[in-house]
Design a protein around this ligand. Structure first.
Ligand SMILES: NC(=O)CC[C@H](N)C(=O)O
Length: 410
């Protein structure tokens, strides 16, 4: 489909959507309250936890981040969808998986795509990915409510004829058990191992291919994002992506130089049941290990810490994090609703990063091993201080260890 700048595309025109008296979509909270809006994207209904995301750009990346499985996102930025969508900015690595996010809640009606990279209207794209959305919601009020009371469970429903069975939707929202205790990794992890060799996007070039890898990393896929894998490939690493339940022996047979624990959805404690024993085994071998987000939380669990559910979580692209090792503050991208409890870190684990927003743990390091992790998305962090050094730090640890092993062997 070709689209023109300012083409309204399918769906209500902005003027109609603001004034249309007939709601075609609703959000029904677990407490029974109902928000009415105009439906976009897929029709039907879906249940999940509502969180707010404060990023001003990157809605396509956010809506394809598998870590949002089980969640409905309300964007605090009012204009979402206006630069359309393209085939390049998808973060989901496992395209066979169902879309992670359950729905999106927006302030303003979506205008036609105005961007040279756009290939599809946002409305069409949401439909194709099975994501239900609604516009015309007072997202400031909803966000203020979440800040006061925490992230609510809810049902989002879209029916073009405007007919809703509200009692049934209320009952479904109230009956949903919530994310605590929920392992959603099986929904998004890859079914089979594969090799990743695509490198980061560059002006005029697009994505590249890694020609001569010098290192081999195994990435355990709990819901991995493409740009994380591209970062490794860009640093000369061949990446073998393996399913979340892969045994440690199987990983060691692949002779990796290091192991990466990916981001992913759900409650880390639930996923940790099968992931933690594998991670412990890998650490015992002395291999360098690096974790991001869910990977960070599960590394924390493997090292003896505990995780807990947060009140409103961190979802956005402007979260200040202090790195104790450099003394610098980074502006980071984040998406998490659980956190490693900093009070629970054992003595042999050092806290390396802390959130300057609420003092929660954002990074750790095992003191006597090449093992570390962060709670944010270094590959997506904007701001004056570049977080990409964490990838380099991991690769440097691998090279150091390889050098040491080579010396011992020579
Ligand atoms: N981005 C992530 O990997 C999220 C981790 C975890 N599902 C959480 O919500 O805290």
């Amino acid at each position: 489909m070709t689209v023109q700048a300012h083409d309204q595309g399918p769906g209500p025109s902005p003027a109609d959507a603001w004034n249309d008296p007939v709601p075609t979509a609703v959000v029904v909270l677990a407490d029974g309250s109902v928000l009415y809006g105009q439906g976009i994207g897929a029709t039907g209904h879906a249940v999940g936890e509502i969180c707010f995301n404060t990023a001003m750009t990157g809605y396509q990346e956010i809506l394809t981040d598998p870590s949002y499985a089980g969640q409905i996102i309300t964007f605090t930025f009012p204009h979402v969808g206006n630069v359309g969508t393209n085939e390049e900015d998808i973060e989901t690595a496992n395209l066979a998986a169902a879309s992670g996010v359950r729905g999106c809640i927006l302030r303003a009606p979506v205008t036609g795509p105005s961007n040279w990279r756009a290939t599809h209207h946002f409305n069409e794209w949401l439909k194709r990915r099975g994501i239900i959305g609604l516009t015309g919601i007072d997202t400031r009020a909803l966000t203020a409510m979440i800040r006061d009371r925490g992230m609510p469970n809810a049902v989002i429903a879209h029916a073009p004829d405007g007919v809703f069975d509200l009692p049934a939707l209320k009952a479904e929202a109230a009956a949903w058990p919530g994310l605590e205790g929920m392992d959603l990794v099986p929904d998004v992890t890859t079914a089979q191992s594969y090799v990743w060799d695509e490198t980061p996007w560059e002006w005029g070039e697009g994505y590249g291919r890694l020609a001569n890898p010098s290192l081999h990393i195994v990435a355990i896929d709990y819901g991995v994002k493409r740009n994380i894998l591209r970062k490794f490939a860009g640093l000369g690493c061949k990446v073998t992506v393996v399913p979340a339940t892969t045994e440690a022996d199987r990983i060691l047979e692949m002779a990796p130089d290091g192991v990466f624990l990916s981001n992913g959805p759900g409650d880390p404690a639930a996923t940790g049941e099968y992931a933690v024993p594998v991670i412990r085994r890998l650490i015992d071998t002395g291999l360098p290990v690096f974790g991001i987000c869910l990977g960070h939380q599960m590394l924390g669990l493997a090292l003896g810490a505990t995780t807990k559910k947060m009140h409103q979580g961190h979802h956005g692209a402007n979260h200040p994090v202090k790195d104790h090792t450099t003394g610098k503050v980074e502006i980071t991208s984040m998406n998490h609703g659980f956190a490693v409890d900093r009070e629970s870190l054992p003595d042999n684990v050092e806290e390396t990063h802390v959130s300057l927003f609420d003092g929660s743990n954002c990074g750790l390091r095992l003191k006597d091993r090449p093992v570390f992790s962060v709670q944010y998305h270094p590959e997506a962090s904007p701001g004056p201080m570049d977080s990409h050094y964490l990838f380099t730090r991991f690769v440097d640890l691998i090279r150091e260890r390889k050098g040491a092993t080579a010396k011992v062997g020579s």
